[in-house]
Design a protein around this ligand. Structure first.
Ligand code: NI
Length: 154
């Protein structure tokens, strides 16, 4: 495993609509492992592949509350309710913001072995899913933020 360089706001890769993963190989699994290591190294709760310069639909999540995922080609199949989130992004260091996000989302994806996974996420985990999946469409949370501030000003 290796820690990858996190791309920051202004890098065009963060604005790409990422491509679906067609074939899951050892190389794919290596990238996902590196994403997990990079996420933990930066103390993040999620990381999307474009953040390490790879415009493919892959996300890793660990909410530190027992929910840990490696997701390939994830989609939200249902969403319900609304919450005001509190978000930061490893690609936008030093800032925080609040967005309107669904309270609950149902997710479908493939895992690192190409097996289908389905789960429902609520609360903070739903926020993490929405935030990370947005990265796959070139969307940053600041685009949707109803409040966006430098951390020191909070
Ligand atoms: Ni982010």
């Amino acid at each position: 495993m290796a820690i990858r360089n996190i791309r920051t706001d202004g890098n065009p890769v963060l604005r790409e609509v990422c491509k679906e993963v067609k074939e899951i190989t050892d190389g794919t699994r290596r990238i996902l492992d590196d994403m997990v290591e990079t996420m933990f190294d930066s103390d993040g709760v999620g990381l999307a592949a474009p953040q390490i310069g790879i415009p493919k639909r892959m996300v890793v999540i660990d909410d530190r509350e027992g929910h840990s995922f490696k997701l390939i080609n994830p989609v939200i199949t249902e969403s319900e309710g609304e919450q005001l989130s509190s978000e930061g992004c490893l690609s936008i260091p030093g800032f925080r913001g609040k967005c309107k996000r669904p309270q609950r989302v149902s997710v479908k994806a493939l895992n690192e072995n190409g097996e289908p996974v389905e789960f429902t996420a609520e609360g903070q985990l739903a926020v993490i899913c929405c935030h990370e999946f947005d990265h796959l469409d070139g969307i940053l949370y600041k685009d949707k933020a109803v409040e966006y501030v430098k951390k020191e000003e909070e």
